[in-house]
Ligand binder design. Sequence first.
Ligand code: IPE
Ligand code: IPE
Ligand code: MG
Length: 249
Amino acid sequence: MVEVDPSGVPRHVAIIMDGNGRWANRRGLRRNAGHEAGEEALFRTVEGALALGIRDLTVYAFSTENWRRSPDEVRFLLEFNRSLLLRRVDELIDRDVRVRFIGRRGRPVPRRLVELIERTEDRTAHCRRMTLRIAFNYGARAELVDAARRTAEDLAAGRLRRIDERALAARLDDPRMPDVDLMIRTSGEQRVSNYLLWQAAYAELVFTDVLWPDFDETELARCVAAYQARDRRYGGAEDRPVGPPDAPA
Ligand code: IPE
Ligand code: IPE
Ligand code: MG
């Protein structure tokens, strides 16, 4: 059993679901089998997040850099994500989970996937218990460039008086997304890979060696417990003497 303090649950958890390819290769399977196995991990994680009372869960499904993978893997990932949405959105609606997407929706994302993304957002728009955001064709730099462009356009058109943090934040892919409290990366890699650079400015980072297809409710609870042991200071500081003073006052 993992002890989680119900009063200190992070509001927004973001996950870099990594390690699918290695999970598959270690079993003598092709990388795509790892992506398939990641589907159950995602649904276990949604269940775990609901049980813990997490309000916002954002998962990295496909990055703007992932187009560099083999045509076979890219094709598989596009089709796999589409089929996942088709097959499993009803389960999310049953659980009162709203689904939203962040990331660029233009080319080269296939038109029929974009249509399904939009339909999924519409169909789950009434759900309230948790918001599951899926980062697809997402890169934080692209998101910031797009936000900067919108800000400049609104300034030029007189819709905005000055550029500040609030103005830029309001022009990110999903302005309603709260700041990230806890960012988890699986598979032992310790990097951010262009994920939520603005929103995770003060996130606590937790890395686990578990490969994504093996991730589950217990591992999520472990990551939350690790988060709860942290001291979030946001740049502030206070004296907390623990030993004898260096010199008498
Ligand atoms: C994460 O697993 C899934 C995606 C990036 C789509 P990987 O495919 O990156 O798996 P590894 O890191 O190669 O093991
Ligand atoms: C980050 O994982 C992107 C997703 C999980 C979708 P990668 O496996 O693509 O990241 P790098 O290449 O190791 O940085
Ligand atoms: Mg990877």
